[in-house]
Design a protein around this ligand. Sequence first.
Ligand SMILES: Cc1cc2nc3c(=O)[nH]c(=O)nc-3n(C[C@H](O)[C@H](O)[C@H](O)COP(=O)(O)O)c2cc1C
Length: 325
Amino acid sequence: MKTKITDMFGIEHPIIQGGMHFVGFAEMAAAVSNAGGLGIITGLTQGTPEKLAAEIARCRAMTDKPFGVNLTFLPSLTPPDYPGLIKSIIDGGVKIVETAGNNPQKYLPALKEAGIKVIHKCTSVRHSLKAEAIGCDAVSVDGFECGGHPGEDDVPNFILLPRAAEELKIPFVASGGMADGRSLVAALALGAEGMNMGTRFMATKEAPIHDNVKQALVAASELDTRLVMRPLRNTERVLTNAGVERLLEKEKELGASLKFEDIIGEVAGIYPKVMKDGEMDAGAWSCGMVAGLIHDVPTVKELIDRIMSEADALIQKRLPQMAAA
Ligand SMILES: Cc1cc2nc3c(=O)[nH]c(=O)nc-3n(C[C@H](O)[C@H](O)[C@H](O)COP(=O)(O)O)c2cc1C
């Protein structure tokens, strides 16, 4: 399939694997890129420029296809060494960066000078327009369904994507709730040039995470996510578990007086416990409502090939039959 996104990133299929903390290691990114999508290494999971440089080199040894690096800009008292991480990306010859979180404007000149394409993840039309205005090449429009941080506007993709299409000049991909060929065709119909998936890629053979997580995703329904940290205006969609229910109790008890320190035990340092050790009740980890559409653990190539053949059948058979009738 050829779209503005496949052209921009030099990939075969318009499918991107979004950055995922403690999931987006070289194995994940390489598997997606080798299957014709765009794999993305999560920069902040590596933490230091040296470790990121090593992870980029590891990924390059596993694939000769394009892959990207995610840089998430978070408000922090002790921010990561973003200039150092960017230097590792540039020196490692990576040509695609997915930015997320705060406005990436400060770092765009260095990335653009190195010939890097930047796709910024946004949860609203106004942030997407801002990304376009500051010179991002594309945006990933992340609806309320998404795993991770959906923002505070709560607009689902059936509204958000066509709204983005009405306003944006740069191409965008649909993110949040994407799982299969139906998602891809719907995303294209709503104006997107492809799709970005997070949660669905976790339930694959190559995802470098504990099998407990994959089985939890297969077992989960679309009713099993919760929104946490809403009172802090840092909303995150996570899979429910004992730690999350504890966190929500604290949020209810403390109401408007809730501070980050009150819930630190349920949100800080959780990812390695869940993703490496398979401790499913440790606390909050991002997961999309799309868990309800995950019923198996295929290889990444099986997943991507299946998405593309389902999309093809919809476009070539189901829709023309309806149109012709
Ligand atoms: C476990 C997990 C960790 C994530 N970590 C990050 C991250 O560190 N940075 C980021 O920009 N997005 C992160 N995301 C969001 C994804 O990149 C993607 O936007 C989102 O998962 C799309 O929604 P979906 O899960 O419904 O496919 C994470 C998502 C998941 C499921």
